[in-house]
Design a protein around this ligand. Sequence first.
Ligand code: C2E
Ligand code: CA
Ligand code: CA
Ligand code: CA
Length: 274
Amino acid sequence: AKGDGRRTYRFFETGMDQRAKTRRSLELELRQAISDGSLETYYQPVVNIEDGKISSCEALLRWRHPERGMISPAEFIPIAEDSGLINELGQWVLNAACAEAVNWPDHVRVAVNVSPVQFRSQSLALNVAAALAASGLPASRLELEITEAVLIRDDAALDALHQLRKLGVRIALDDFGTGYSSLSYLQRFPFDKIKIDRSFIRDIAGPGASSSIVQAVVNIAAASDMTTTAEGVETAQQRNLLYILGCTEMQGYLFSPAISAVEVRRLLLTHSGM
Ligand code: C2E
Ligand code: CA
Ligand code: CA
Ligand code: CA
């Protein structure tokens, strides 16, 4: 048994070692990717539930790795956050998304995810202002998606949010319902929009509490002048329930996955409702 234990331990150590190495090399390659064109922003349309018209598109990062193929942002964003590279990466996405959105019809906004780590830098509002100025995109057409992790941190983050709001950009609370005490965060900042996490939408037609939770979120949002976006809508049944519950917008494979900038331009030229 002793021998087995040691072997297990050694195996575990090697596993850890391997993971750390992979992480380190991914970090180096990600640094490289920012400058060599293997990173790309895709865009997922968000549509009004009532008429199916596209109101905004969310920028989602894609990394075409030369050997590993497509790497999911769920895998490389945490690495970028740990290494601090997210600041550079975040600025790159902001610039790319604003520059792309000036080509879209005036009523279509662009949404960009901002990591809690970016809120630790003192210059977030300045960086956002720089991206707007460089692209010529009006602030009102930019929406920043943040998670409640931003609000847990400190008052400095709250100040930054108010600075961003003063610029005229819209602020959405992303992945709502997945954190610890989400409801209290709604009081800390006047968000423009709540994005209801996909986990609730997935179960909305089931026997559990999901549809009641969505209904409660929609009611709270309406009472505070916020709109609601349902994430991960995949079926017409989910869409119909969300419509009945009074949700404002939806995003998901039912309408479209994230698509390339070229495809979005083409879609926006021809699209006039679902
Ligand atoms: P998120 O912000 O919650 O983005 C929504 C995710 O759900 C996207 O995954 C999208 O492709 C996926 N999705 C959309 N509709 C459906 C659907 O109907 N069904 C299913 N199963 N999935 C759907 P993606 O693109 O892999 O991004 C994962 C996460 O990575 C994002 O979650 C976001 O947290 C992060 N991320 C992506 N791009 C950026 C970025 O530029 N900056 C930062 N900080 N984070 C990013
Ligand atoms: Ca998001
Ligand atoms: Ca989300
Ligand atoms: Ca998410």
